[in-house]
Design a protein around this ligand. Structure first.
Ligand SMILES: Cc1ncc(COP(=O)(O)O)c(C=O)c1O
Length: 392
């Protein structure tokens, strides 16, 4: 008999009932150190007092009104994001997938309004992940994602990650946008080097194609800057955001320049929930905390320390770990045994990690992780490695 919850996930038998910062408490009282944050969602950790306060204050006043009316919390969050980023304008969604959908629509409408309606192609990269909608799976195009779900939304062209020649050949006068994650998450923590992001910017400038970045996982402070592309010193046209921006509340955003957004006039897009008072009150508290003076400096300092200790862990456990990937608090350990077995062994050590492609386990802790918690994470990862290697 089919379970009452549609069985699309294979779940670990863990029942968390409470969260405190970087810790998750199981029903049976065990305290797990959470290096997953709900897959890069709980940017400020679980139950951070500032966002709990923002949520409860707003919940007592007004949860929801339609986007038919002015929403001051939405306005304030948009103003703050515009002030802190490349963007001139923001649309709020409820998830990364919805941000992706709008990104695709925005890029195509841009060219339609410019009188070039055939310019509809969007270039994506192997290893990418942009969500689970029909457009998002078509964008990725792997058999695992698309098999049985056709017909797919046309107009996506996948290029092998790091293959400059293939990319050059793929960009034509039908290219509406190039879509890339500055750091691939699901793909196994693959960092797009700064010079490649600069190269993509140059290519877009030469051809007119829009540079659209999926920062749903790597944005919102995760790499030690509000957005990961800031490291390369470039300015994109469209950025997709979600996950960390709501700190656990389902919130997403599409940020764009005035030019890139120029096709999106009244009536061209909408959402019932996207940008509602409750979500935006929380999002505002999150983004204010991330942009507070000194916060991202601390993320950079602590994450560099974590990475350095992870290098030591890999050197200590060469039969289990091959290398450390990523930067900031968007880190991965490439495993030698099957990564799912390492994730399972970590549960035994009361540690949460997240599997990714390419046999990697991801470490995406709360950005508030302390030095003591970093030391504890290393202790538990080391015990995990010993357990997997059979000498624990
Ligand atoms: C880079 C990236 N894009 C898009 C998505 C889809 O976001 P959501 O699951 O919120 O729809 C994810 C989620 O993992 C992601 O990591």
């Amino acid at each position: 008999m089919i379970p009452s919850v549609l069985p699309t996930y294979s779940r670990a038998p863990l029942h968390f009932v409470k969260g405190e910062g970087a810790w998750l408490i199981e029903e049976d009282g065990r305290r797990f150190l959470d290096l997953g944050s709900g897959i890069a969602v709980a940017a400020l950790g679980h139950a951070h007092p500032t966002i709990v306060q923002a949520l409860t204050d707003q919940a007592q006043k007004l949860w929801h009104v339609s986007n038919l009316y002015e929403i001051p919390q939405q306005q304030a969050l948009a103003d703050l994001l515009v002030e802190e980023s490349f963007a001139d304008t923001v649309f709020f969604t409820n998830s990364g997938t919805e941000s992706m959908e709008l990104g695709v629509k925005m890029a195509r409408k841009y060219w339609y309004e410019k009188g070039d309606p055939d310019r509809i192609e969007i270039i994506t990269f192997s290893g990418a992940f942009h969500g689970r909608s029909s457009a998002a799976i078509a964008a990725v195009g792997t058999e695992k994602m698309v098999k049985g779900f056709g017909p797919l939304l046309p107009g996506f062209k996948q290029v092998p990650w790091g293959d400059h020649e293939a990319l050059k050949a793929a960009v034509t006068d039908r290219t509406a946008a190039i879509l890339v994650e500055p750091v691939q998450g699901e793909g196994g923590i693959n960092v797009l080097p700064d010079q490649c992001l600069k190269g993509l910017r140059d290519m877009c400038d030469e051809t007119g194609a829009l540079l659209m970045l999926d920062e749903i996982q790597c944005g919102m402070g995760r790499t030690g800057r509000l957005f990961a592309h800031e490291w390369a010193g470039i300015s994109p046209d469209i950025v997709l955001s979600a996950k960390g921006i709501g700190g656990g509340f389902p919130l997403g955003a599409v940020l764009a320049t005035e030019d890139a957004a120029s096709g999106m006039k009244a009536g061209t897009h909408g959402s019932t929930y996207g940008g509602n008072p409750l979500g935006c009150a929380v999002g505002l508290a999150v983004v204010k905390a991330l942009t507070e003076k000194g916060f991202l400096e601390e993320v950079r300092r602590k994450s560099a320390l974590f990475r350095q200790k992870l290098e030591g862990l890999v050197a200590e456990n060469p039969d289990v770990f091959e290398e450390v990937r990523g930067f900031g608090f968007m880190l991965g350990l490439k495993c030698k045994p099957v990564n799912a077995d390492v994730v399972k062994a970590a549960y035994e050590e009361l540690l949460i990690t997240v599997p990714a492609a390419d046999n990697v386990i991801r470490l995406l802790p709360a950005l508030t992780l302390t030095e003591e918690e970093i030391a504890e994470a290393i202790t538990r990862l080391d015990a995990t490695a010993k357990r997997v290697a059979g000498d624990g």
